[in-house]
Design a protein around this ligand. Structure first.
Ligand code: FES
Ligand SMILES: [Fe+2]
Length: 439
C-alpha cells in the first residue's frame, strides 16, 4: 500500500500504469501526517529509551524506526505481552471454531491463556484459564473440548458454561463455603465479523465504537458468512512487529514478490487515515486480473456485497495488535499473530470463501492459498533476515520512505503504547468495569 508515486520500482519488474480507481471509502489518504499529540500515560511506560521513542514519534518524513531494543530485548517483549496483548482487545480465533453449545477452547493471550466457551443460549464466554481452587489450567493452552460443563482436570471442580461454579468435590455443606464466590474470572469478549476478540485486561476502551470506520470497510465482505477452506501455520523467527511492518508496505514488493507484482501494481492504492486502533490501505488489481492468484483468475465467486470498486481492489488492514485482514473480491485472508518470543512468532493464516464457491463442483481453494503461501514465505524470509540484521549491536533505527506511511502509523501506535498510551487504553469517556468473578 503506497501513496507516493515518485519513487520508481526496481527495473527488473514490469509495472503497468495504475488504473484509476476511486478510493474504497471517503476516509482521507494518510499524507501528510501530523505529529502525535502528547497525552497522559494510562499504563506504566516500557523500559525503552525515551529519546529513541521521541525520534519515532517525529512527523512523517522526519521520524526513525523504533529503537532496536523493541525487536531484540526480552524485557520489552515481556512488557508488550502484558500491556499490548493482555492489556486490551486481541484476536483469539474465529466464531466458527466455537459454533455449538459446549464448545470450549483455551488460547494464549499475553503471558497466560483464556478459556472460551459457548453456552446453551449461544452466548460466548471468556474466562481466565485458571481454576478457582488452586489454579490448574481448565484446558491446556491450545486445547479444545466439547462437553456440557467446564471440568478442571486436577481435582474435578466443575463450572457451568457461563463460568459459575457447579460442584466442588468435598465442599458440600462446608461452613462458610459459598459457591457463588468461586465462579471463573470473566473477561470481556466480543464477536466481530466472525472473529473473536478478548480484552485480557478488562479495562480496554469499548471495541465496536473504536472500529466504526473499519466496520464500513469490512461489512460488505461479510466475513462472518464466509467459510474457511484453507489454513496454514507458520513459525517465523522474527519479532511480531517486523511481520506487521512488512505487511504495511509494498516498497519491498518489486524485490521479493514477482508473483504479486504480476497481478497487482505494487505502487498502486492509498492508505487510510484511521482514528481507531487499526492501520491499512488498499491496492488495485491489474487490468484483466480478477483476484490475487498466480494467473489472476478466480476459481471462486465474487463476494455478493461488493460494488465495482471492491471487485477491482484488495484491502489490507491490521487491527492492533495481532490480526491482519486481507479483503479480496472473492475471498478473505486472515493472519493471526501469536508472539512466542521476542524473535519468534506463530502465524495462523486462513482463507475464507463464500458458501456458494464451496458449492461449486470441484471447488479448490488452492488458487488463493497457493498464491499467498508463496508470498507469505517470501515475506517471512525477508522478516527473518531483518530480525538477524537487527541482532547486530551496530543496527540503528533507519528512516521511512515516502511509500511507508502505513508503517509510520503502526510504529507510532507502538511508540505511543511504549510511552504508556496503548491503542486500546487511550482516553475513553467511560471505562468498563474491572474483570470480575462470576457470581
Ligand atoms: S485446581 Fe482445579 S480442582 Fe483443584
Ligand atoms: Fe510482502
Amino acid at each position: 500500500m503506497v501513496s507516493q508515486p515518485e519513487i520508481a520500482p526496481a527495473p527488473s519488474v514490469s509495472v503497468v500504469p495504475v488504473t484509476s480507481v476511486a478510493p474504497v471509502t471517503p476516509i482521507a489518504p494518510v499524507t501528510p501526517i501530523a505529529p502525535v499529540t502528547p497525552i497522559a500515560p494510562v499504563t506504566p511506560a516500557a523500559p525503552i529509551d525515551p529519546a529513541g521513542l521521541a525520534r519515532s514519534l517525529r512527523p512523517f518524513g522526519e521520524s526513525l524506526m523504533l529503537p532496536r531494543a523493541a525487536y531484540v530485548d526480552p524485557a520489552i517483549f515481556s512488557w508488550e505481552q502484558k500491556h499490548f496483548f493482555d492489556g486490551g482487545w486481541s484476536c483469539v480465533g474465529f466464531s466458527a471454531e466455537l459454533a455449538n453449545p459446549g464448545d470450549q477452547r483455551a488460547v494464549p493471550v499475553g503471558p497466560g491463556s483464556v478459556l472460551l466457551s459457548r453456552d446453551d443460549d449461544g452466548n460466548l464466554g471468556a474466562f481466565a484459564n485458571t481454576c478457582r481452587h488452586r489454579g490448574h489450567e481448565l484446558l491446556p493452552c491450545g486445547g479444545s473440548a466439547q462437553r456440557p460443563s467446564i471440568v478442571c482436570p486436577y481435582h474435578s471442580w466443575t463450572f457451568e458454561l457461563d463460568g459459575g461454579l457447579k460442584t466442588a468435590k468435598g465442599f458440600k455443606g462446608t461452613p462458610g463455603f459459598d459457591d457463588s464466590q468461586w465462579g471463573l474470572i470473566r473477561l470481556p469478549v466480543t464477536e466481530w465479523h466472525g472473529l473473536i476478540f478478548v480484552d485480557g485486561s478488562g479495562k480496554a476502551t469499548p471495541m465496536e465504537p473504536a472500529l466504526a470506520e473499519l466496520d464500513e470497510l469490512v461489512a460488505p465482505y461479510e466475513p462472518e458468512r464466509l467459510v474457511i477452506a484453507g489454513r496454514h501455520s507458520y513459525d517465523a523467527a522474527a519479532n511480531w512487529k517486523i511481520l506487521t511492518e512488512n505487511y504495511h508496505e509494498c516498497y519491498h514488493c518489486p524485490m521479493i514478490h514477482p508473483e504479486l507484482c504480476k497481478v497487482s501494481p505494487p505502487r498502486s492504492g492509498e492508505n487510510y487515515r484511521p482514528s481507531g486502533p487499526w492501520v491499512g490501505g488498499w491496492m488495485d488489481l491489474r487490468e484483466g486480473m480478477d483476484t490475487m492468484s498466480l494467473d489472476g483468475s478466480s476459481l471462486g465467486v465474487p463476494l455478493r456485497g461488493l460494488d465495482a470498486t471492491g471487485l477491482r481492489t484488495v484491502i489490507y488492514v491490521n487491527m492492533f495488535p495481532n490480526v491482519l485482514l486481507s479483503l479480496h473480491p472473492d475471498y478473505v485472508m486472515t493472519h493471526r499473530l501469536t508472539p512466542l518470543a521476542v524473535d519468534r512468532t506463530l502465524i495462523e493464516c486462513t482463507w475464507a470463501f463464500a458458501p456458494e464457491a464451496l458449492d461449486k463442483p470441484g471447488f479448490d481453494p488452492g488458487y488463493a492459498v497457493d498464491f499467498w503461501d508463496i508470498t507469505n514465505r517470501q515475506d517471512w524470509g525477508a522478516c527473518e533476515s531483518v530480525q538477524r540484521g537487527l541482532s547486530s549491536q551496530h543496527a540503528v533505527p533507519g528512516p521511512l520512505s515516502p511509500d511507508e506511511d502505513a508503517v509510520y502509523q503502526f510504529v507510532t501506535q507502538v511508540a505511543r503504547g511504549y510511552a504508556g498510551q496503548p491503542p486500546w487504553r487511550q482516553p475513553a469517556t467511560t471505562q468498563p468495569a474491572e474483570a470480575a468473578a462470576v457470581s
